[in-house]
Design a binder for this molecule. Structure first.
Ligand SMILES: *[C@@H]1O[C@H](CO)[C@@H](O)[C@H](O)[C@H]1NC(C)=O
Ligand SMILES: *[C@@H]1O[C@H](CO)[C@@H](O)[C@H](O)[C@H]1NC(C)=O
Ligand SMILES: *[C@@H]1O[C@H](CO)[C@@H](O)[C@H](O)[C@H]1NC(C)=O
Ligand SMILES: *[C@@H]1O[C@H](CO)[C@@H](O)[C@H](O)[C@H]1NC(C)=O
Ligand SMILES: *[C@@H]1O[C@H](CO)[C@@H](O)[C@H](O)[C@H]1NC(C)=O
Ligand SMILES: *[C@@H]1O[C@H](CO)[C@@H](O)[C@H](O)[C@H]1NC(C)=O
Length: 675
């Protein structure tokens, strides 16, 4: 008895002593002084001359509200990770041609954009960092991080050494890279490695050969701007070999969900006597609208993570914390060999990813697995913080719609409409000081048109991405109620789509075509295809006659516009399906994280205090929108809903997210909710 007791006491004391004397990560790697950065000059990594395995997690600062950066980073460190990885989105930082936002630029996303502060907080939380500035970042992010105004340059070939493209990359990198250079490890900052491009090898095929001149130009831009740390590339080596890298210049890393041994063995074959690393080990997956919510089995995840650690290899979990693609910032896949938008698959607003931390920053079983395995495999013992408590969630009482506005009232608030003989894509509208329209909706209006009975509207080519048709304010197209509706008129899959406008003839009518940009493609067939949004592939015909002389309204839902709308009316109680705006007030005594439930609504966006939270669609899988406490304020909060078809009289809130997919009439999809 006594003996056992004393052993317990002794071990407890030892544990205490050991933890008290453990150095921080930075103490361990930077004292007494920093001489060298991350080295891949042998079969394992060293940092400042000491052995290191990178145990990293992906977290995108632009997907997490700034007041939560520290919390999420501390949770990451508390699990035993020693690095955070983030992409850097060009489209947010250079939001208009030559105009930048790094935190105070005045865009709606500015609160997310102080990238310098993000890296500083990472350091304060005792984490190293891996930066992936692209310029192409994939990331299920709008256009893979490219600003849409790039498309205004005719025949630009993104992701190549095309000088029309490199001119803009150079200008942007000459602004961005000096900021990052100050944050690199050998300058006392957290960044130990930079990734060049992203899965560049996967661009091969369909007549395209990855352009190594382009990769070389990117490397030269890094070096010219004072970046000295290790440069890497990432790809699946078993699928694309070394096509996406510069052998001997960049350290190639591997991206995969499973079978780490095959990928790492291939890496070793391609790069002799170099460290082995996975830049993206996929912890879960993302969702497209109309699909089922993706999850990854916890045991399978744990098994593969352990195979990686025991290989042994360094690893970045993609994602450790997915977060949210707020606003209109989700990307899309292009799923087939067509270059015409028919295989388009837009991503949802939630980027939960079934990762170790949920979209709202809560722990999952995967977090517990990671913590346990890192404790077992990481031989470098450093001081870890206490695991932070999770935030309290609240289901605010439901609120009623107080005011509404129909389409004409909405358009009366738009002062940047454009008259054009021909249709124009969103990007080519002469607005935003020559940068065009990036996000949201574009309405094409034809006034004073005569419509004989049963007139047939034809939209040549495909709509990018969906269209709601109204005549004299009356909805003509079918609402999006079921996934199967996506196969019909009004959506991207149909070429040369046709709609009959009703049996009654009308004189001097107004025809409205409201087009939504569901997010530009970030994966599949880059760089060859067009990414324009709106109506641009062909003409619009009424009974075979081409319609010309349009009035085009950009509906961007920018914050200052949202907050200054005039013309609100009391709800009529009349059920008139069609695009409309709805306003409600949420009174809050204490701000807490919550989820907005869009049950009863059909398709649209939710706006909180002027900020576009994201999209909703009845078809799912996402049925709720994460509303973080920092977006709310004590007192009165204004919630707007822009609904395309049929509104509900109230807005509900809940404590947990809800995913459900509605496939066909009469057939409900799977439903799931997580605590
Ligand atoms: C790796 O080796 C190269 C070539 O000898 C050298 O220039 C570089 O400084 C080394 N890197 C580190 C971090 O030691
Ligand atoms: C660093 O790691 C290598 C490879 O595992 C090992 O051979 C070497 O002894 C280690 N060095 C130190 C100082 O631990
Ligand atoms: C528009 O862009 C031009 C040239 O890039 C610049 O000189 C001008 O100040 C910009 N105007 C506004 C309103 O930003
Ligand atoms: C779409 O229709 C146009 C015109 O009828 C045709 O030229 C084109 O090949 C069609 N595209 C596809 C992918 O079917
Ligand atoms: C057509 O409608 C407009 C209002 O949209 C009106 O001003 C105009 O007088 C009408 N023209 C005819 C010929 O009815
Ligand atoms: C909001 O109110 C709560 C409770 O009354 C208080 O604790 C909190 O500090 C207030 N927050 C702000 C930003 O005023």
């Amino acid at each position: 008895m006594t003996l056992i007791y004393s052993i317990v006491v002794c071990c407890a004391t030892m544990a205490l002593t050991v933890s008290a004397v453990l150095p921080t990560l930075y103490e361990y790697y930077t004292l007494p002084k920093i001489e060298t950065g991350l080295s891949a000059n042998q079969s394992y990594f060293t940092l400042n001359g000491r052995n290191i395995s990178l145990y990293s997690g992906a977290l995108h600062y632009f997907r997490v509200p700034k007041p939560y950066w520290r919390d999420r980073l501390r949770k990451m460190r508390a699990a035993g990770l020693n690095a955070v990885e983030t992409y850097i989105p060009w489209n947010l930082h250079e939001y208009e041609d030559g105009k930048y936002d790094f935190g105070k630029g005045g865009t709606d996303m500015q609160d997310f954009l102080d990238v310098k502060e993000f890296f500083q907080i990472a350091k304060e939380e005792d984490l190293f960092a891996i930066a992936r500035p692209g310029p192409f970042i994939c990331a299920e992010w709008e256009f893979g991080g490219f600003p849409s105004w790039l498309l205004r340059t005719k025949d630009i070939k993104v992701r190549t050494s095309d000088s029309k493209y490199m001119k803009y990359v150079t200008r942007y990198f000459d602004v961005l890279l000096p900021i990052l250079a100050l944050l690199q490890f050998t300058n006392g900052g957290p960044i130990v490695a930079f990734q060049i491009e992203n899965e560049y090898g996967s661009t091969e095929g369909n007549g395209f050969e990855p352009d190594r001149v382009y990769l070389r130009q990117l490397v030269d831009l890094y070096r010219k701007n004072g970046i000295r740390e290790l440069l890497v590339s990432s790809d699946s080596p078993t699928a694309h070999g070394d096509k996406g890298t510069l052998p001997g210049v960049l350290l190639q890393t591997a991206n995969f969900a499973g079978n780490p041994k095959a990928e790492f063995d291939k890496l070793k074959e391609l790069q002799h006597n170099k460290p082995t690393m996975s830049m993206e080990f996929w912890t879960g997956w993302f969702d497209h609208w109309s699909e089922y919510h993706h999850t990854r089995d916890d045991d399978d995840f744990g098994k593969v993570y352990e195979q990686i650690l025991s290989y042994p290899a360094s690893v970045n979990m993609y994602m450790f914390h997915g977060g949210t693609s707020f606003g209109f910032l989700n990307g899309a896949n292009l799923n087939n060999a067509q270059i015409d938008n028919s295989g388009y698959q837009p991503d949802t607003t939630s980027y939960d990813y079934d990762a170790p931390l949920t979209e709202a920053g809560d722990y999952t079983e995967k977090y517990v697995i990671v913590k346990k395995l890192l404790n077992q495999y990481n031989k470098v013992l450093t001081k870890l913080p206490v695991t932070p408590a999770i935030s309290e969630k609240i289901a605010y009482p439901k609120i009623s719609v107080e005011k509404e506005m129909m389409l004409d009232d909405i358009l009366a608030n738009i002062h940047s409409s454009v008259s054009s003989f021909n249709l124009l894509s969103m990007e080519n509208l002469p607005i935003n000081n020559g940068s065009g329209q990036s996000f949201g909706y574009t309405l094409y209006r034809k006034e004073n048109i005569d419509l004989p009975p049963n007139s047939v509207l034809t939209i040549e080519g495909r709509v990018c991405d969906s269209v709601v048709v109204l005549v004299n304010g009356v909805l003509m197209s079918k609402p999006l109620l079921y996934t199967e509706d996506l196969n019909g008129f009004g959506f991207w899959k149909v070429n040369n789509s046709k709609l009959t406008l009703g049996p009654r003839g009308l004189k001097n009518a107004t025809l409205d075509l409201l087009v939504e940009n569901w997010g530009r493609v970030n994966f599949g067939l880059l760089p060859q295809f067009n990414q324009f949004k709106g109506l641009w592939q062909g003409g619009v015909l009424i009974n075979k006659e081409k319609v010309t002389s349009w009035k085009i309204y950009p509906i961007e839902f920018k914050k200052s516009w949202n907050n200054n709308l005039v013309g609100w009316k009391d709800p009529s109680g009349r059920w008139a399906p069609g695009p409309s705006l709805h306003k409600a007030t949420l009174n809050v005594k204490e701000t807490k994280d919550t989820f907005v439930s869009m049950e009863g609504w059909t398709k649209g966006i939710v706006i909180v205090n002027g900020f576009v939270l994201g999209r909703y669609a009845r078809i799912g899988p996402q049925q709720t929108l994460y509303l973080p406490a920092p977006f709310l304020k004590n007192g009165t909060n204004t919630i707007l809903v822009f609904e395309h078809y049929m509104p509900a009289p109230e807005i509900k809130f809940c404590r947990t997210p809800h995913f459900k997919t509605i496939k066909r009439k009469g057939l409900q999809g799977r439903s799931s909710s997580r605590n």
